[in-house]
Design a binder for this molecule. Structure first.
Ligand code: ADP
Length: 360
């Protein structure tokens, strides 16, 4: 939508024209972004190719690069980031603070770590690949939960104490110009690991905020990424900031930038990959974003209960993604609340949260 404001000719690849992007774009190719041939076929006539999910076939992205097409973010970066083990090794190599981790190939490796005392309860296991929105992550609190340990190649981390989860969106173009958005605070849904509420600016001091933005910029620079990078971080009780993981694309923790900032994460992405100047992010209003998740117990054609309340209030922006089916905890849309005062935005978002339900 942001690219079309400027008359750019965009094309999209996804499995079905019924998916959200199919409803708003002109050039659409039905195909599987995990499939080598589909990605190659789609990308071969493009000037620039970008992604909005990491699980795109990277072999095809490498091939497109070889054919002279600008692939941003670069294929090697997508490859590193989409595997949590490689991603963590990257942090270690570049001296980027992160939770200590151990890589495992299978369940037996995890048991061996427990037996030798190299990992102790509670710990977290994360599948190296295809983990997404908490789906490939399990917290093993005690021996009773060992049956939940994954068989797949993973990383395991001891639990760290987290005071706050933070996110910084970074934009970077091919000239190396780099801009960061103010730090957001992510409040998670404890069961689903899905973002429950995003608060911007994060309620941390200026010094901490600057430190988080500088760390996010360092990650983008060390990756040498062209495009967007969402850097998720943990703030610990002893005031350390650890990088948890990154995403090389527009991110859920940047949705509020559509209304709260003069330049959204999407426009910044377009600027970054087309070699245009990036905009600073000094002008914004405090904002809170809530995800609209499918209610538990409902499966089928979505019905958005309580939207009437949203439509009556200024500075409240609903985004319904137009997905055909709701499922428990599926992301069906989001709502951003923009106010002059952050506390007002939080109050309103909380009210909306209790009022809006996605049922079927
Ligand atoms: P995903 O890729 O599914 O988002 P994350 O690595 O972000 O996976 O983990 C999901 C959530 O699990 C985090 O947002 C955080 O709340 C929690 N978590 C992850 N790693 C740790 C850790 N080492 N200690 C404590 N909590 C963690």
């Amino acid at each position: 939508q942001d690219a079309s404001k400027w008359g750019l000719n965009m094309a999209f690849l996804d499995k079905s024209k019924d998916f959200p992007v199919g409803q708003v774009c002109v050039n659409f190719m039905e195909g599987d972004f995990r499939d080598y041939r589909d990605v190659l076929e789609f990308g071969k006539d493009m000037d620039i190719v970008t992604i909005e999910i990491e699980n795109v076939n990277t072999r095809a992205l490498y091939e497109l690069e070889k054919q002279g097409i600008s692939v941003y973010p670069q294929a090697s970066i997508v490859e590193t980031i989409k595997n949590k083990g490689l991603q963590k090794d990257f942090y270690t190599r570049h001296d980027i603070p992160t939770c200590p981790y151990i890589k495992t190939n299978n369940k037996a490796d995890v048991y061996a770590l427990i037996e030798t005392g190299k990992i102790s309860y509670p710990f977290i296991q994360k599948k190296c690949e295809e983990g997404y929105d908490g789906r490939g992550v399990v917290a093993i609190m005690s021996q009773d939960e060992d049956h939940q340990i994954f068989e797949e190649p993973s990383i395991v981390e001891n639990f760290v104490n987290i005071d706050m989860e933070l996110s910084v969106i970074v934009g970077r173009n091919a000239d190396g110009q780099c801009v960061t958005y103010p730090v957001s605070e992510m409040v998670f849904n404890k069961q689903g690991h899905l973002l429950d509420m995003l608060v911007c600016p994060a309620r941390i001091g200026e010094k901490k905020a600057l430190q988080a933005r500088q760390l996010a910029e360092k990650v983008a620079e060390r990756l040498d990424i062209v495009g967007l990078l969402a850097v998720e971080m943990f703030l610990t009780p002893d005031d350390r900031i650890l990088v948890n993981e990154v995403a090389p694309r527009p991110h859920n923790s940047g949705h509020h930038t559509i209304e709260a900032f003069w330049v959204s994460q999407y426009e910044q992405l377009i600027r970054a990959i087309t070699g245009l100047p990036l905009l600073q992010t000094d002008h914004f209003q405090p904002a809170v974003m809530i995800n609209l998740l499918g209610e538990r117990g409902f499966h089928g054609t979505p019905h958005y209960e309580g939207l009437d309340m949203i439509l009556e209030v200024e500075g409240v922006f609903p985004h319904i993604y137009g997905k055909a089916v709701t499922k428990p905890l599926r992301k069906m849309g989001h709502v951003t609340v923009v106010r002059d005062k952050l506390s007002d935005a939080i109050d309103m978002a909380q009210k909306l949260k209790n009022h809006i339900k996605v049922k079927s």
